[in-house]
Ligand binder design. Structure first.
Ligand code: G6P
Length: 608
């Protein structure tokens, strides 16, 4: 997820671009760059880090001109450094391009261009598009772009300039957003409305696969075959403040709603027909067959995804797996040997305890994989291979979309490795792949449904002091994560427990007003959990049941019923956590808490 912006008009382009990029920094901020056309060819400035670094570069080495494009990056291919930052310029110095998305077939295009003698500067997927455009340039940027995009697979919003046509920006999109701002004597393009709000409220949302040609005097739209399209701009009612959150009151709620897209991104290119495709990790089947045990290391919410990961890896690979809180692992005098595979899980890739535990296992000679969201962060740089979760920047301190995409990452790893070590058969792989493919849609359906029971519970129980969450097997960690979400942002004490352990202690807490959330979707342990619920009900406890649609027994038992769509039990933690995220969110907002920045916590804990 990156942010792109473009400007054509009488103002200094860099000023408009910087203002736009500031509004898009929520889409990524590991580097930024601008390219400006002023009749003397294309001038580019880039800087690693926050936008302020680019502003500093521009203040000492400015560029003047009224046509330009700008980019704020959230790396997907190639670490965040200056060379990998956008805009990218073609080998002949004439094309400059910015891109949001992933060009999935960039490797084959790169090979083809390299055979024709093109020298690549960066590790990005985007650079191939700049060179393809230069090769194919036919005197018209629009016609050239329409030809080149037919060769691209993946997701993209692209904006392009050419020094032979310095009065225009040409843009297109497929699977990534692009809006056009219509001004008076000036026009804009951007990933998102906030980037242009300071200048205009007249917006056109570019349709999938269409192209736009933007000059100072006007905007023209075309379909993929360059047939002109008519359009009427809409007047946005968005205010600048609300815009970064896209109308959501908090980043957390926005990120909860981004989960269908985030999951689709995580799965993209990693399932092929009925199979899991982990070729990007370059894992070696023979060496995996030599793995004697797996250790998962993580902290916080990532630790709970690691707990689900243990169950998944053991089910599909039959390799004994343990999950460790990274801070515990470090001081537990752990046994490390070369037969060990370590999986470090981290949204940020910077958590100090996880990094330190990883250092220890590397010294011991273990093989290492990371599941991580932030490209080029410290943890991916340390490991042998990384499965990036591609959830986009997560800003709310309470992790939501990072968690569900980590779960999807574990499903992919477990089934992929399971196949490589011959412990998962084709039929099982097919079933899970099919289920995984349905996940984004099922999460969306769950979010679209106004979960009334969740809001009612939040209202009813916002003033209690304690909450119990119970689950079993795959959803025992869901209980832990649900409880963590509630305590993090509402400050209500909550405990996640294995359902079968209730009778060994916590049952003593149960009385008329004590709420328990029982996570009991269809699966092998459902019946057992229902028995645990019976034990609570027999002691007059209040029970919120989270069960699969159509579970009549759960309906009868529940004081409040939350239903999720039917799915394979291995995938149920992805669906089950969604209502629990919402429950925590609505409880916290009822209590007037600072949801995105809860007291005493930090998004990334870089101290031990
Ligand atoms: C902090 C955050 C949590 C996160 C944990 C681990 O405590 O508030 O949301 O789960 O760190 O962070 P990581 O980036 O390693 O996943």
């Amino acid at each position: 997820m990156c942010g792109i912006v473009g400007y054509v008009g009488p103002r200094e382009a860099t000023e408009v671009l910087i203002e736009g990029l500031r509004r898009l920094e929520y889409r990524g901020y590991d580097s930024a760059g601008v390219a400006v056309m002023n009749g003397t060819g294309v001038q580019v400035r880039k800087a690693v880090g926050r936008l302020s670094a680019l502003e500093k570069v521009l203040s000492s080495n400015g560029i003047h001109g009224g046509v330009g494009i700008g980019h704020t990056r959230w790396a997907t291919h190639g670490v965040p450094n200056e060379v990998n930052s956008h805009p990218h310029v073609s080998y002949d110095g004439k094309v400059s391009i910015i891109h949001n998305g992933i060009i999935e077939n960039y490797r084959e295009l790169k090979r083809e261009l390299a055979e024709q003698g093109v020298k690549f500067k960066s590790d990005t997927d985007t650079e191939v598009v700049a060179h393809l455009l230069a090769k194919a340039f036919d005197g018209g940027l629009l016609t050239t772009l329409s030809k080149v995009v037919k060769r691209l697979r993946g997701a993209y919003a692209l904006a392009v300039c050419h020094s032979d046509q310095p009065d225009r920006i040409v843009a297109t999109r497929m699977g990534s957003p692009l809006v056009i701002g219509i001004g008076e004597g000036e026009n804009f393009i951007a990933s998102d409305v906030p980037a242009v709000l300071k200048y205009t409220r007249q917006i056109v949302f570019l349709e999938e696969g269409c192209l736009a040609q933007v000059t100072r005097d006007g905007v023209e739209l075309f379909d993929a075959d360059l047939k002109p399209l008519s359009f009427t701009p809409t007047t946005t009612s968005l205010t600048l403040d609300a815009a970064e959150k896209e109308g959501y009151e908090h980043f957390m709620l926005k990120e909860i709603h981004e989960q269908p897209h985030a999951l689709a991104e995580t799965i993209r290119g990693r399932i092929d027909g009925d199979h899991v495709d982990l070729s990007e990790l370059e894992l070696d089947a023979e060496s995996l067959k030599g793995v004697k045990r797996i250790a998962i290391l993580a902290c916080g919410t990532s630790l709970y995804s690691g707990m689900v990961g243990k169950y998944l890896l053991e089910r599909f690979t039959r390799i004994p797996t343990e999950t460790w809180s990274a801070s515990e692992f470090r001081y537990a005098d752990p046994v490390i040997d070369p037969g060990m595979l370590v999986i470090a899980v981290s949204q940020s890739g910077e958590t100090a305890d996880t990094l330190e535990a990883l250092r220890i296992v590397k010294e011991g000679g273990a093989r290492t994989i990371a599941i991580c969201n932030v490209m080029g962060s410290s943890i991916p740089r340390m490991v042998d291979a990384t499965l990036y979760t591609r959830a986009g920047p997560e800003i709310g301190v309470a992790s939501t979309k990072a968690y569900t995409t980590q779960l999807a990452g574990f499903v992919l790893l477990a089934v992929g490795i399971g196949r490589m070590v011959d412990k998962t058969d084709e039929a099982t792989e097919k079933t899970i792949v099919e289920g995984l493919r349905q996940m984004p849609g099922q999460v969306k359906a769950l979010l679209d449904e106004d979960i009334v029971a969740v809001k009612r519970c939040a209202k009813r129980y916002k003033d209690v002091f304690n909450f119990m969450y119970i689950g079993r097997h795959f959803n025992y960690p869901t209980a832990m994560e649900g409880a963590l979400k509630l305590k993090e942002i509402s400050y209500i004490h909550a405990e996640g427990y294995a359902g079968g352990e209730m009778k060994h202690g916590p049952l003593a807490l149960v009385e008329g007003t004590f709420p328990t959330i029982a996570i009991a979707p269809a699966g092998r342990t459902r019946e057992k959990l229902i028995s645990n619920v019976q034990e609570i009900k027999a002691r007059k406890g209040v029970v919120v049941m989270l069960s699969t649609h159509g579970d009549e027994e759960a309906r009868e038992l529940a004081d409040y019923l939350i239903e999720i769509p039917a799915c394979e039990e291995e995938l149920s933690p992805i669906l089950a956590v969604i209502p629990l995220q919402l429950l925590a969110y609505y409880t916290a907002t009822q209590l007037g808490r600072d949801v995105d920045k809860p007291r005493n916590l930090a998004k990334s804990v870089t101290v031990e």
